[in-house]
Design a protein. Structure first.
Length: 135
């Protein structure tokens, strides 16, 4: 997906992605983690939409809807679960340059970073969804 985007992004798509990154950065800086996470997930879906991959876009929409629950259930409490705005900026910089190799490396590094926040633990009792959501 990121390779295709690096080969075909247009000015409107770039403007949309930059605005989304700015909103995400500003929201995190204001301390609004909930909205920040929503904007972070929107960024990933928007990448797929800009690449023109309808199937992947639908898949990502389903996946990112579950991501906050995964982080709540299995996230490392010592680490922030937010996407790094610098990582998103690195991805976009490579896409703008049309450097598919760098764009793919930046995306892989970003996804590896996110995955590093998830630490599946051995549980002696089942997870309580209401407790995870603070209900």
């Amino acid at each position: 997906m990121i390779e295709r985007l690096a080969e075909s992004i247009d000015a409107d798509q770039l403007r949309t992605l930059r605005e989304l990154m700015k909103q995400e950065r500003d929201t995190y800086r204001a301390g609004d983690m909930r909205t920040g996470i929503k904007l972070s997930t929107d960024f990933h879906v928007q990448l797929a939409q800009c690449a023109g991959n309808t199937v992947l876009t639908e898949f990502l929409q389903q996946l990112v809807a579950r991501t906050p629950l995964i982080f709540l259930a299995h996230g490392d409490p010592g680490k922030s679960v937010s996407c790094s705005d610098q990582e998103h900026a690195n991805i976009i910089a490579a896409v703008i340059a049309g450097d598919t190799e760098r764009a793919v490396k930046a995306m892989r590094a970003h996804l590896d970073h996110l995955e590093s926040h998830v630490v599946p633990a051995e549980r002696t009792k089942p997870l309580d969804l209401a407790q995870l959501l603070g209900l």
